[in-house]
Design a protein around this ligand. Structure first.
Ligand SMILES: Cc1cc2nc3c(=O)[nH]c(=O)nc-3n(C[C@H](O)[C@H](O)[C@H](O)COP(=O)(O)O)c2cc1C
Length: 140
């Protein structure tokens, strides 16, 4: 089956809290499970990097909603492609909070990526992780 994979970065709204983040994750996991979407959400306290994969129509609908979501701004698609297999089959949405400079962020991300991931997708995630390395600490 043809699946769409889309990668974007965005900037969290200034007043975002840990509670907001957990609410985003909970809704994302529930809805993605229903829509056949899987993926990874990386957050450094300032910026998001998310990669989502699933049926084209479901991804396009999700992205339209994400563009309207006031909890983040500066939404920029980094990559869009079609793949035949999922890179994150077991994750309705996996949150990785990175707390450090990008090299350490990359190590943290590498540590959780599935072994069997497509090398092109691995390279994409790591290249984009560089752009969001930074400190993280949110109010509760
Ligand atoms: C950084 C970020 C990531 C999100 N990821 C997802 C996701 O993977 N799946 C999802 O359904 N909603 C996700 N959301 C929430 C959507 O933007 C939207 O609020 C949610 O899908 C409910 O949409 P609706 O009530 O407007 O239909 C995310 C929101 C943010 C800010």
């Amino acid at each position: 089956m043809q699946l769409k994979t889309l990668t974007y970065v965005s900037r969290a709204s200034l007043d975002i809290t840990e509670r907001d983040l957990l609410a985003i994750l909970e809704v994302a996991q529930r809805r993605n499970a229903l829509e056949g979407i899987t993926g990874l959400l990386i957050f450094n306290g300032v910026r998001f990097l998310q990669i989502v994969e699933g049926p084209e129509e479901a991804i396009d609908l999700l992205v339209a909603g994400l563009r309207r979501d006031p909890r983040h701004t500066a939404f920029e698609v980094q990559d869009e492609r079609f793949v035949t297999a999922r890179s994150f089959p077991d994750w309705s949405m996996q949150l990785v909070q990175v707390s450090t400079a990008f090299q350490e962020a990359q190590r943290e991300v590498v540590g959780v990526l599935p072994d069997e991931i497509d090398p092109a997708i691995r390279a994409l995630v790591l290249a984009n992780t560089q752009s969001i390395g930074g400190p993280v600490s949110l109010p509760d």
